[in-house]
Design a protein. Structure first.
Lengths: 121, 157, 142
């Protein structure tokens, strides 16, 4: 039963690999960004599960309680979520501009157009 | 839609893990903003996808399984879930938990670590968000004035 | 005018509550979960709801894009300004306890000011992201 204590890491690994698979197996740029989001969430869950303390409570001071979860990972992830959504927006904006320039957001079609351009010059 | 449910589940998980500030952020971001941005991008590009051959995906699956196996093997050395002796609870956390109320004078430790102990870090994050906003403005325009649609890209012969 | 009367009335009831909740999250962040990051996003979400129901032109009359772009810089400058103020008051950059005679008061004051800066920047940037995507969609439709 010792190994059940590692269950949270396994959840994180499964989520992370799901995101990783979407990023490398899909040719569609928007789907790649969704995959990156899943990957990102797995990292968030990893940090938050590290900060949990047996018998602890949320890190807001209350008279008479001494055990709190670790506030530092909460701070890091709190800012990372907001930075994550801003950077997702940058990625989506790049995808939109790529679609305007190439008429496609499929990786192989974009590469084919680039190679054709390179041959013609 | 699925992404919204995913965010909501993640937020519930954060509440269970005692990270109430993080849960509030995730709920606001996932339910309010990121879906709208995703839908906007889908409207601007295309919502249809090309069908891919299966061979490419098999290679990706093998890579993912090997990486995942290595990571699971790596977790064998990790401390157990919620173990009070874990290294993460030994170094700076006890000081934040014990002294921050006396030093800063506000009860929410997450806010005092965010704004005071790690104020420079948070300044960096704010500047990153600001730069991301500027980058999207440069890429997509401010959305205020109407321009003619761009002509398709000229091929250099 | 949009025919969806239930949506319009529902949004008119909800939006002030959402804005008020954002301000509560912003200024009660020292005692309960919350702070600038969450408040900015909730504030922006209220404007997104307004846009979805009343259209982009209506929301841009209420909150012009120029103001949004200015505010996103003002928030970051307010944050840096508090840091520089602490330097002039005789401390290090972002060392709030020199801002007032009582160190606790100084810390609390500094934290409230920089959380306000964070909230302004995050809210303005998220609204500006939304304007960019929505404005691009409108251009494509024309």
């Amino acid at each position: 039963m010792e190994w059940l204590g590692l269950f949270n890491y396994w959840v994180v690994v499964v989520l992370m690999m799901t995101g990783f698979y979407v990023v490398i197996a899909q040719g569609n740029l928007i789907k790649k960004i969704v995959g990156l989001n899943i990957f990102q969430t797995s990292v968030f869950i990893f940090y938050i599960s590290l900060s949990k303390l047996e018998g602890g409570t949320a890190p807001i001071y209350v008279e008479g309680i001494t055990a709190y979860s670790n506030p530092l990972p909460h701070v890091l992830i709190l800012t990372a979520i907001v930075v994550g959504v801003a950077l997702t927006a940058v990625g989506l904006a790049l995808a939109v501009r790529i679609h305007e320039a190439y008429g496609s957001i499929e990786e192989d079609e974009i590469q084919a157009q680039d190679e054709e351009d390179a041959r013609n010059t | 839609m699925l992404m919204g449910i995913f965010s909501l589940l993640a937020a519930s998980l954060y509440v269970l893990l005692d990270a109430v500030d993080v849960a509030l952020t995730e709920a606001a971001v996932g339910a309010g903003v990121s879906i709208i941005l995703m839908l906007g991008a889908l409207v601007l590009t295309t919502s249809e996808e090309k069908v891919h051959d299966a061979k490419h995906n098999l290679l990706a699956l093998v890579v993912v399984l090997i990486t995942g196996g290595a990571l699971i093997y790596g977790t064998m050395d990790m401390p157990n879930f919620a173990d009070p002796q874990a290294p993460a609870h030994q170094h700076v956390a006890p000081r934040y938990v014990q002294d921050s109320v006396d030093e800063i004078g506000i009860p929410n430790m997450v806010t005092s670590v965010l704004a005071s102990y790690r104020g420079l870090d948070t300044l960096g994050e704010v500047l990153v968000i600001f730069s991301a906003g500027v980058a999207v403005l440069l890429l997509l325009g401010a959305g205020t004035y109407r321009r003619r649609p761009r002509p398709p890209r000229k091929r250099t012969k | 005018m949009s025919p969806h009367i239930v949506l319009r009335v529902g949004a008119k009831v909800l939006i002030p509550v959402i804005l008020l909740f954002a301000l509560y999250i912003q200024f009660h962040g020292e005692y309960s979960p919350g702070g600038g990051f969450q408040a900015g996003i909730i504030f922006a979400a209220a404007l997104v709801l307004y846009t979805l129901i009343f259209g982009l032109d209506a929301v841009q009359r209420a909150v012009p894009p120029v103001a949004v772009h200015l505010l996103s810089a003002v928030g970051a400058l307010l944050y840096i300004g508090v840091g520089v103020w602490a330097m002039f008051a005789g401390g290090n950059f972002l060392e709030y306890k020199v801002l007032a005679a009582d160190p606790h008061l100084g810390e609390t004051m500094g934290i409230i000011l920089i959380e306000l800066g964070v909230g302004i920047t995050v809210g303005a940037v998220v609204i500006s992201l939304f304007y960019s995507f929505a404005g691009r969609t409108r251009e494509q439709e024309n």
